[in-house]
Every structure is written in C-alpha cells, then in structure tokens.
Write a protein that binds this ligand. Structure first.
Ligand SMILES: [Fe+2]
Length: 359
C-alpha cells in the first residue's frame, strides 16, 4: 500500500530509493523497465513526495519508447551521447542532441523519445520531475500518461524560435532557457549574499513552474548550514567534498551529524528542517544542480513595492523560508575539521569575511 506514487513505482517493477542522500546516481542499480524499455529506478528522497528523480539507462544503440505526461520533466545527462525527439500534435518534431552535462526541459505533456548514440555503451540520464506530486494529486495513470490535452503555451512557446536561441539572461542570477549543452561549464552570476566566492544561476525552463538552479562554491570554501522545507534535490555535477546533515537541536553535537562524501553524481535531499552544509575540499570549484520544487511560490513583494519572482529564495530576504546557521554560531569543530580536510588535499582556506545578514 502506501501512496499512489509508491504504488505506481511498484507497478513499474523498478527500485524506489529513499533517504536524504544517494552516493552515486551514475552507478545506482536499476532494473529492466517494461513501460519504456531500458532500465530505470525512482526516488522518494527527503521523506517527501513532490519532486522525484527518475534515473534511466538507455541500452547501447537503443532507444526508449515515446511517452507524454501531465507532469513537468527536466532531463540531465550523466553519461553517453544521444538525442531527444520532442513533438506535439499539429506541430513539427524537433530533435535535440546531447552529451554529458546537458540539461533539457521537456514541455508539459509533449511527446518525447530518447535515443542512445554512444555506440557500444549504454547512456545514463535522469529526469527531475514533479511526477510524485501529480500522480498523488490525480491518482489516475490514464489521465497522467494518456491525456490528449495540447498545451500550446508550453510546446509552441518553447519552439517559437530555435530551442537554444530562446535562451535569455534576464537579470542578475536568472536565466531563461530550454536547453543548456553543458551545465558543468555554464557561466553563473556571483552571489555575494551567500559568500563572496559563491555563484548561482536560477533557471526558468520550458515555460514551466519548476524551480531549478546551478550553484557553485569555489575552492577552499564552504557554505553556511541551512534548513528549509522538504523537496529540494541537490545533485553534485562537479568537484568534490563532503556534506553534513543534521537536525535542529543537534547543532553542537558532532555525534549526531551525518557526514557523507559528495562528488558527481551524488544527490542530497534534506528532510523538512534538516540542516545541510556543503564543503568543497577539492581543487577547483564544487558545482551542483538543484531541483528545488514545484510546490512553493518564492515570489514576494520587495520593500520598494517591486515584484520579485524569486524573493523568498534569497537568503538576504528577512522573510526567506530558509534558515541558516551563521559561521560564528556554528560548532567550532566544523571549521577545524574543514581546515584539516583542506590540508590533506593541499588546498588553502579562502573564506572571506562576509555580511551574513541578520542573526
Ligand atoms: Fe538547501
């Protein structure tokens, strides 16, 4: 029994992974997937059913069967090369070629089909989706996967011009796009409020409602621990380090802190109010892709009366739903340990004094 989402995954006949952390999506065991071919697994991370990941392997020289669905999906490529063909009734087919690092939005309820062009190797992709939320909401798979409604405002919008030319850097830290060929090298905007050596780009994709961003923490730097609602999925796409996970009340208790190694392609999805803290211990930057959710509008009105589409997500916003633990309030053993980890790798500490906002 359990939720409609759980029952759906059971029917799919593939594994469902739970917890707050998975070490390696690129080698996570999958099972044969009857519905589309290939192999697949699903996640139910952070003890929450809103965002979920669908991890998929396309066999060598193979393809998946086409599908369409009433949930949004953004595809990321973990290994191999291939292509996705996208179409909608009454409009022409488009094919987008991809390789590792590519991020592609599938317009809502548009048909899509993936092909492997890697020659003699399987390729592995993942979809960040709000499938769990949508299946639980309607609990009718025919409605979700066999719905004739045509969203002109999604597909036509996405393909009105060339899929890639649609991209636009709107303002600081916000980028509209349907496809990024490699998010591992994509240029981000600096984000002083989170530390002078942190950069980010929020993505507005496929005229959808997903909240996605790419965040980079530079060499010799770690971010403050913070906590918020459940649902965010952070996928490490570059660099290496570790992550601390702990619950409120355990801030000063090293025995209660869960320390996990992170490098591509680990995923962290904290539970409600579970603190999480990223530490970059490698040479070079540490970069992550975050599917933040589909459930909470971050929009706010600023003190100047302006509409801010991402206001609540900004950590300098006093009404932000994210709570952070300032450096000067954290257990001193956290920083001492970080020094030692950096020393082991021959990296020097580069933290700079920053304005951390209200205490
Ligand atoms: Fe977070």
């Amino acid at each position: 029994m359990g939720s409609h989402y759980r029952r759906f995954v059971q029917k799919e006949g593939v594994p469902l992974y739970e917890g707050s952390y998975l070490e390696k999506l690129a080698t996570l065991p999958l099972a044969d997937w009857e519905r589309r071919g290939g192999k697949a697994a699903y996640t139910r991370l952070g003890n929450y059913e809103n965002v979920n990941l669908q991890i998929v392997e396309i066999p060598q020289k193979g393809e998946l069967r086409p599908e369409r669905h009433m949930y949004e999906a953004v595809m990321y490529v973990m290994s191999g090369t291939g292509a996705t063909t996208i179409w909608q009734e009454g409009e022409s087919k488009r094919t987008i070629e991809w390789g590792e690092g590519a991020l592609l939005a599938i317009p809502l309820n548009a048909w899509h089909q993936e092909f492997n062009s890697s020659g003699d190797k399987p390729c592995r992709i993942l979809f960040g989706t709000n499938m769990a939320q949508v299946i639980n909401l309607y609990h009718n798979l025919d409605f979700v996967f066999n719905n004739p409604f045509v969203f002109k405002d999604r597909y036509s919008y996405s393909f009105e011009k060339d899929y890639v030319d649609k991209s636009k850097h709107w303002n600081t830290r916000l980028f509209e796009t349907n496809f990024i060929p490699d998010i591992r090298t994509f240029v981000l905007d600096s984000w002083k409020e989170r530390g002078t050596r942190t950069s980010i780009m929020r993505l507005y994709m496929g005229n959808g409602s997903s909240q996605i961003h790419i965040l980079e923490v530079s060499e010799g730097t770690y971010v403050t621990a913070h906590r918020h609602g459940p649902g965010a999925h952070v996928i490490v796409v570059g660099g290496e380090g570790y992550e601390y996970l702990f619950m409120p009340g355990d801030e000063m208790n090293p025995d209660k802190r869960q320390k996990v190694p992170v490098k591509p392609y680990a995923v962290i999805s904290p539970k409600l109010n579970e603190y999480h803290q990223h530490f970059n211990t490698g040479r070079g930057p540490f970069r992550q892709l975050a599917f933040k959710g589909w459930d909470q509008s971050p929009a706010t009105i600023t003190s100047r009366g302006e509409y801010d589409p991402m206001g609540a997500a900004r950590s300098d916003n006093p009404h932000a739903y994210a709570f952070k633990l300032r450096y000067d309030k954290e257990d001193s053993s956290i920083r001492e340990e970080y020094y030692r980890e950096l020393e082991k790798n021959g990296v020097s500490l580069r933290l700079e004094p920053i304005d951390q906002g209200p205490a």
